[in-house]
Design a protein around this ligand. Structure first.
Ligand code: ADP
Ligand code: MG
Ligand code: MG
Length: 249
């Protein structure tokens, strides 16, 4: 469903992704592990369409369509979701308002009517109970003063509401304690199904104890240097990245 072909990306003339190729099948959870600075976040931003990255060659196809030709909002409409490594804060906007706006933007883009307020509230209540998100938190400005774990829960709540076709989670585990990690993982696992794909980017094996990947890719210096099953993550945890001729930053 997602195919990245020989992707080259640079920032300010510096090559960050250097011939990266990767395919994720429907229903698959693919993990990407790799040392700091290997380009993992850059890959997620390029898939989601964040401006500022220069794609010098290559393709990113979703169901055969080149995402690189589309603006970020159109990619979101097609069901691409990115959970950021560093979620943004929006001081003037209540979390609930943000969630409603993002859901209705997606619906409008698809030619669907906005959800009625009661229907929206029903969905939010159901999902936030499952993800143990306090209703009171939803009245506060988006991410302002939220702990790392609270921010990640809100992202998983947003993901659940948007019901994406392809989701990229960039270091969703960073800053999470064990309870938050479990809740976030359960949120992801609840969305696993044969039509949806996930790219789970992580620095540590820990998250993959909870979200069992089908495939593990190792990224170094802007490309995939090894691929294998879940056992590859365990091996990396033990030996680090030394077998891949890179030093962790
Ligand atoms: P990872 O997520 O694997 O830690 P990143 O994609 O964040 O890696 O970064 C890859 C490389 O690109 C790093 O050397 C980083 O310094 C560089 N880089 C990322 N974003 C920018 C930017 N906006 N400007 C300049 N260099 C950047
Ligand atoms: Mg990093
Ligand atoms: Mg990163």
């Amino acid at each position: 469903m997602l195919e990245v072909k020989d992707l080259h990306v640079s920032i300010h003339g510096k090559t960050i992704l250097d011939g990266l190729s990767l395919a994720v099948k429907p229903g698959e959870v693919a993990a990407i592990m790799g040392p700091n600075g290997s380009g993992k976040s850059t890959l997620s931003y390029v898939i989601a369409g964040k401006p500022g990255y220069e794609v010098t060659s290559g393709e990113v196809l979703l169901d055969g369509e080149n995402l690189l030709d589309l603006p970020a909002d159109e990619r979101a409409r097609k069901g691409v979701f990115l959970a950021f490594q560093y979620p943004i804060e929006i001081p003037g906007v209540a979390t609930m308002t943000f969630l409603k706006a993002s859901l209705n933007a997606q619906r409008r883009g698809r030619g669907e009517a906005d959800l009625t307020t009661p229907e929206f509230m029903r969905r939010v209540r159901e999902a936030s109970q499952r993800l143990k998100v306090d209703q009171e938190m939803l009245r506060r400005p988006l991410n302002v003063g939220f702990s790392g774990g609270e921010k990640k829960r809100i992202e998983i709540l947003q993901m659940t509401l948007l019901n994406p076709r392809f989701a990229v989670l960039d270091e969703t585990d960073s800053g999470l304690d064990i309870d938050a990690l479990r809740i976030v993982s359960e949120g992801v696992n609840a969305l696993r199904d044969p039509t949806r794909g996930f790219l789970v980017i992580t620095h540590y094996q820990r998250l993959l104890d909870h979200i069992k990947p089908d495939v593990v890719h190792v990224m170094a210096k802007g490309r995939i240097v090894a691929s294998g099953g879940p056992e590859l993550a365990l091996e990396l945890e033990k030996n680090g990245y030394r077998d891949y001729a890179v030093e962790a930053a």
